[in-house]
Design a protein around this ligand. Structure first.
Ligand code: IPM
Ligand code: MG
Length: 368
């Protein structure tokens, strides 16, 4: 059986970091019978330059047929003036929507050897391990009506719609509760029920499904603004946070920064599971295309490599291989290897040297 992987490097440092991911896949092919068959496609600005769209129908078909999509990053100032529907981000949103990737898992883990890099005090973030479960195919990102219109009085009006139906809330809540059971068994659900009816519905539905199916899991409800504040005040109070598309976008950036290393954080966007494995899935680093440093060979490839490690676990059921890869990365960090973003003004190594270090440590740990 071959494992079909589609690599979409995208723009900026996305292209550089995905080269390192390919090396890692190659290692698993040679040493662990991983049997990956890789295809490549364009997305974002790169796709716009080639095809005039942020992702082509042909690439969408490849994505539909693959077991996992590995995504780099999209965007950059070069495409600031392209028509809104063709902006680089539209490629990512189309993938999420058409593959029905409704569950976005964003772990915020503070590697102990990096706990000095956070802007928060060491004791607040040391050993932090929280998971944000963000609803990814609904809410204001996709709600209708939307648009900008001219009004008769000369003003213009911009509209977006925050809308959720019960089934959308239920399915993401189930993902959060299931994941919590494998962790510290606690879920915090976050919305703005004090202002928005969609938030009230969210609150009621999460509460209901908890009572019906998951009352062994501890559940808290927290208004989204307070949740942002609590994340910075005392992040270790959280285990799993479940929230909607827009709040999840913001809260996951806050959580990411707690760890002091945006360049280290992976994510998984998952569709429906069949027998515990996700049939469609996209894995991407939380960081963006970073046009300011692209082309210099200094980007940190670890977030993308950790995203592949999530793919090993969620799409291919290879928990041991996933752990081996994570351990190799921890060891690389413990040994003091740093890319520029996490170097604290000390010595740093290049993107490709970091990829090679991970491979060296895979070799070592694999023999143990
Ligand atoms: C993210 C990004 C995207 C989002 C952008 C690139 C469309 O910020 O994945 O968090 O807003 O979802
Ligand atoms: Mg974001």
């Amino acid at each position: 059986m071959t494992n079909k992987i589609l690599i979409l490097p995208g723009d900026g440092i996305g292209q550089e970091v995905m080269i390192e991911v390919e090396k890692i896949i190659g290692w698993f092919n040679s040493n662990k019978d991983f049997n990956a068959e890789i295809e490549y496609g364009l997305v974002g600005g790169a796709s716009y330059d080639a095809d005039g769209v942020a992702i082509s129908d042909a690439t969408m078909q490849l994505a539909q047929k693959s077991d996992a999509v590995l995504f780099g990053a999209v965007g950059g100032p070069k495409w600031d003036d392209v028509a809104y529907e063709h902006r680089p981000e539209a490629g990512l949103l189309r993938l999420r929507k058409e593959l029905d990737l409704f569950a976005n898992l964003r772990p915020a883990i503070c590697f102990s050897s990096l706990s000095d890099s956070s802007s928060l005090k060491k004791e607040i973030v040391e050993d932090l391990d929280i998971l944000i479960v963000r609803e990814l195919t609904g809410g204001v990102y996709f709600g209708e009506p939307r648009g900008i219109e001219e009004l008769e009085n000369g003003n213009r009006r911009g509209t977006n719609t925050q809308v959720y139906e019960t089934w959308e809330i239920q399915r993401i809540a189930e993902v959060a509760f299931e994941l919590a059971r494998k962790r510290k068994n606690k879920v915090t659900s976050s919305e703005k029920r004090n202002v928005m009816e969609s938030g009230l519905l969210w609150y009621e539905e999460v509460k209901k499904i908890h009572q019906e199916k998951y009352n062994d899991v501890e559940l808290d409800h927290m208004l989204a603004d307070n949740c942002g504040m609590q994340l910075v005040r005392w992040p270790k109070q959280f285990d799993v946070i479940v929230t909607d598309n827009l709040f999840g976008d913001m809260l996951s950036d806050v959580a990411a920064m707690l760890t002091g290393s945006l360049g280290m954080l992976p994510s998984a966007s998952l569709g429906k599971a069949v027998n515990g494995l996700f049939e469609s899935a996209l894995y991407e680093p939380v960081h963006g295309s970073a046009p300011d440093i692209s082309g210099q060979g200094i980007a940190n490839p670890l977030a993308s490599i950790l995203s592949f490690s999530m793919a090993l676990k969620y799409s291919f059921g290879r928990n041991k291989d996933s752990k081996l890869l994570e351990d190799s990365i921890s060891k690389v960090l413990d040994d003091g290897s740093r890319t520029k973003d996490i170097a604290d003004d000390g010595d740093f190594i290049s993107t490709s040297e970091m990829g090679n270090k991970v491979i060296e440590n895979l070799e070592i740990l694999n023999k143990e």
